[in-house]
Design a protein around this ligand. Structure first.
Ligand SMILES: [Zn+2]
Length: 247
């Protein structure tokens, strides 16, 4: 889906000052389990090297950051701290699985039940409260396989839990542009979920746009983030355009 450098070129072309790489975090799963959505542990060193090299090569043109989009799996907490020690400067919370992936299905279909929605919210809030994450990606992931008119009482409760925690932790919530891209193309991923964003408004969270670039073209799509920005601002949210990260 494009080399790391292709992403840098796309970001430069679109006028970004800072580009954060945040591939899905690798985990040392038990019993040789292999995840379909992330690099194996053996690729991690190469990822660090590749992003670090680009960071140096493009210094002065664009500020490149090494991050990961990651769940919080309590059973592997030490592993996460080791990734940080290995040079990962920020983690974005993407709560795709409950603890842990080898024992649980993808959260999307799970959240077709109200119990699943509340389990997702519990896991997301526990993760947020660790202080290990800079923001929560697609907080409305529980709407992945729900229509707008299936935003139930449990969905309201999950939104309350997540947005309240985000406020307390001073964490932005992400308006996901990969999801918006699918909506504009007519095959919605369920998020960004209009009922979520309308219901969440009362918490007045700070919002960040996440490109969630699975391909370089997502970064180059200026129209996409301008549409996202318009949508978020039209609802009255405060949008931030960069994160304060430590060097
Ligand atoms: Zn994600």
């Amino acid at each position: 889906m494009g080399s790391d450098e292709d992403f840098v070129q796309a970001a430069l072309g679109a006028g970004f000052d800072v580009l954060g790489f945040a591939d899905h975090a690798p985990w040392p799963f038990a019993n040789g389990f292999v995840s379909p959505i992330r690099m194996p542990m053996s690729d991690f060193q190469g990822y660090v090297q590749s992003v670090t090299e680009l960071r140096h090569r493009y210094a002065g043109q664009i500020d490149i950051r090494l991050g990961l989009e990651s769940e919080y799996f309590p059973r592997y907490r030490d592993h996460m701290l080791r990734l940080r020690d290995a040079g990962v400067s920020y983690f974005i919370l993407g709560a795709h699985y409950n603890d842990s992936e080898e024992a649980n299905p993808y959260i999307g279909p799970e959240c077709q039940t109200d119990e699943g929605v509340l389990r997702y919210a519990d896991a997301a809030v526990a993760a947020m409260r660790t202080g290990l994450f800079c923001y929560i990606a697609h907080p409305d992931l529980f709407m992945r396989h729900r229509r707008d008119d299936e935003f139930s009482k449990a969905c309201e409760q999950a939104t309350d839990m997540i947005c309240q925690a985000a406020r307390e932790m001073h964490m932005p919530i992400e308006y996901n542009l990969l999801g918006l891209d699918t909506q504009l193309r007519g095959f919605s991923r369920g998020y960004p979920s209009q009922p979520f964003w309308e219901y969440a408004k009362k918490y007045d969270n700070t919002v960040i746009l996440g490109v969630d670039a699975h391909e370089p073209r997502h970064l180059a799509d200026v129209n996409l983030w301008e549409t996202g920005k318009r949508n978020v601002e039209a609802m009255g949210y405060r949008l931030i355009d960069h994160l304060e990260l430590e060097e």
